[in-house]
Design a protein around this ligand. Structure first.
Ligand SMILES: Nc1ncnc2c1ncn2[C@@H]1O[C@H](COP(=O)(O)OP(=O)(O)OP(=O)(O)O)[C@@H](O)[C@H]1O
Length: 307
């Protein structure tokens, strides 16, 4: 599906607060059936973008549309888009159940569906407790249930993993992936790179309000990271010499292993065997999403990439 037909679409979206340009001409589409990760350092403009998509902030320029319309123009918003922006927003003196019942009433959500969602997010044991006494992780679970109340085809989660424990993070990851597998359009932001790497299929990377990348996660990692080989040998110097003689770069700064960038284990293994050099360890590595992201948003050598 092209961006022009994406269920969620942003064009030239810009937000200025006085002299601060929080969001600077963003254009992208979010596709159904995939988890799209929204990635950017603190202050990059993620929350402002999501707020404009949800009609909570007015763009200075540009537009954000859902099925071609602004959210306010949708005939049935609660059944179209569900969002978790700030888990702390729920009223502290209401129980989780009352919170969901109150919001569910607006969309005429059946009680059985509310009970199902409470179960789904693992809050059955705490449904009648006041939200004010909830941990941040419990509030996130309630926020996720609230977002899913209308069984929406589009879900937007801003930092849904904050405050969740490791079991909760794994649960949320499976839930987010499951929502996309059901064909929904899923956009979520997280500053937890390892989680983003495990959860997202597609990435939107923003920095200082501008789009730096709009591509599949694997393409992003391949484009912005290098593969390298770690190799250990009782005959370290001879190995380093043999690798260099074959035109490879060898990093000897680690006293235990040689690091050989931009190659693979087959090549290093073959060169060692040809030179008759014994190996004690041979493994291939690729930088993580975090390495790629940090390299890309480093102030000095950042290059703006058009989507
Ligand atoms: N209401 C506001 N008034 C003035 N400036 C604002 C306002 N809201 C956001 N900003 C500024 O806009 C920029 C983007 O903020 P935003 O909260 O969208 O970033 P973010 O990517 O969500 O960051 P974080 O991960 O820290 O939440 C920041 O420089 C912020 O200070």
């Amino acid at each position: 599906m092209s961006d022009a037909h994406a269920p969620l679409r942003v064009r030239g979206l810009t937000k200025r607060y006085g002299k601060v340009t929080a969001v600077d001409g963003l254009s992208f589409g979010v596709q159904p059936g995939l988890v799209t990760g929204f990635l950017g350092p603190n202050g990059a403009g993620k929350s402002t973008t999501l707020r404009m998509i949800l009609g909570l902030d007015r763009p200075t320029e540009g537009s954000a549309t859902i099925h071609g319309r602004r959210l306010a123009q949708l005939p049935d918003p609660i059944h179209t888009v569900g969002a978790l922006l700030d888990a702390r927003a729920a009223h502290p003196r209401r129980s989780a159940l009352d919170h969901l019942l109150a919001i569910g009433r607006v969309g005429r959500i059946p009680r059985a569906e509310i009970d199902r969602l409470i179960d789904l997010v693992g809050l059955a044991h705490a449904a009648t407790r006041l939200v004010g006494g909830f941990s941040l992780g419990m509030k996130q679970r309630l926020g996720i249930a609230t977002a899913l109340l209308g069984d929406p085809g589009i879900v937007i989660f801003d930092e849904p993993l904050n405050g969740l424990d490791p079991e909760g993070i794994r649960w949320a990851r499976n839930l987010i992936r499951g929502l996309a597998a059901e064909g929904r359009t899923v956009l979520f932001s997280s500053h937890l790179m390892g989680e983003m790497e495990l959860t997202a299929d597609h990435l939107l990377v923003i920095h200082r309000g501008q789009l730096l990348a709009d591509q599949p996660l694997t393409t992003f990692i391949e484009a912005h990271t290098t593969a390298h080989v770690l190799v250990r040998s009782p005959n370290r110097q001879a190995l380093a010499d043999a690798l260099r003689a074959a035109g490879l770069e060898v990093d000897e700064s680690d006293p235990t292993r040689l690091v050989v960038p931009r190659t693979d284990t087959a090549r290093v293994g073959h060169l060692a065997a040809t030179a008759g050099i014994e190996l004690a360890e041979l493994s291939g590595h690729r930088d993580s999403l975090e390495d790629a992201f940090l390299r890309m948003t480093r102030p000095t050598d950042r290059k703006v990439r058009e989507p």
